[in-house]
Design a protein around this ligand. Sequence first.
Ligand code: SF4
Length: 431
Amino acid sequence: MNICQTDLPLDWYQEEFKPYAEEYQALPDRRPGTVLPWLDRYAQPALDHFGDALLLVAHFYMGGEIVKLVERYGGAVSDSYQLALQAARNPHKKVIVESAVHFMAESIAILAHEDQSVWITNPKAGCTMEMLAKDYMVEPVAEQLVERYGDDLLVVAYMNTGGRIKALAGRTGGAVCTSSNAPKIVDWARKKGKKILFVPDQHLGRNTAAKLGMDLSKVVALPDPQLGRGGFKVDDRTVAGGLAALDRSEMILWGSFCGVHTVFSPAHVQYWKERGYTVLVHPESKLEVVQAADGSGSTNFLWEALMKAAPGSKLAIGTEGHFVRNAREQGRLRGVEVVHLADIPDPSYGSMGCGCATMSRNDPPHLAGMLDLLRKGKPPAINRVYAGDVVDEESGALDRLKAEERRELVHNARLSLQRMIDITETGTTSC
Ligand code: SF4
């Protein structure tokens, strides 16, 4: 499978994980019939050791072997929102092992009970969208906006943020959102009469504004976050339209994006529509792609659309490559043809579909190693995930909060998560 985020090496093994990687590399092939029995050799002793206290979780975007193994052992494979609830909803699970990106494991840790521990199989598995919205990038900019707009500014943090940004949302009276409930959350913030800082995905923010019928001239994007790794000055030079446009705006978009979801173009949509396919895309895609498609929504929405599709139907899905590969297998069982939106056999269309390279850093050797090291009581400290942890995805350096700071972060991050849950389920919030 192609990868999109070519800025980072595809994989990386900590010293402790190298023996498992070497065994994996020596396997005769990568077929499930070969990989799964090899993974079983490490998973089964860990399951025998921890019993019902062990929970494996993975995201929909993980490769097939990990998904199959997690399902085989009764674990959870879901989107980031459902993953975040795994510890809180399963208090009897004391050891939670996550194969996905770091912010997802951290969201589980924020909501976890005191006696639960959360582990990520590769701590350098970052989300490139989140990597351009670290606290040291966003907070200096948010401070300038708070200085200018005071209590009128409210931060909406997409689930694809670290705990420090979710806590920032909590402190400003804001909420977390997901790709499925973003319209509800933004609508709630607008009804409060607030100016919204939407972090980090500019495309989800813009698509949400369009869906709500907002005046897009009042939706202003901040510059490329790479402009200053320690934040940038908000002034007439850095903001399109200058400070006057910012003052008129209803929503300010942080400038990050997902490299996997921005490869799609309206020409891809047109190609498949002309051939009788229904086109469904994820709202992290560009506005013009979402508007050209037949529908858009979260990974859960896309999966449900597949499960509801009548036999004989044809779907072109614009999202992460592993998800579409898993959907294609599922579709085959149900007589539904599934293609990846960007997999067009004509080079003039410019790009092929791809998988999330950083999430794929959690490969089978990482899972085998994590389970084996946990069973032996020798897990590396960096693989334990605490709320507020920030890992540098290139160097592996870890910035971990002191206990007192962490308690405050958890309080504020839970406020923003709870507001999301209240708004989504009841339409109101008490906090
Ligand atoms: S697909 Fe994009 S948004 Fe999702 S985890 Fe990967 S980099 Fe982040």
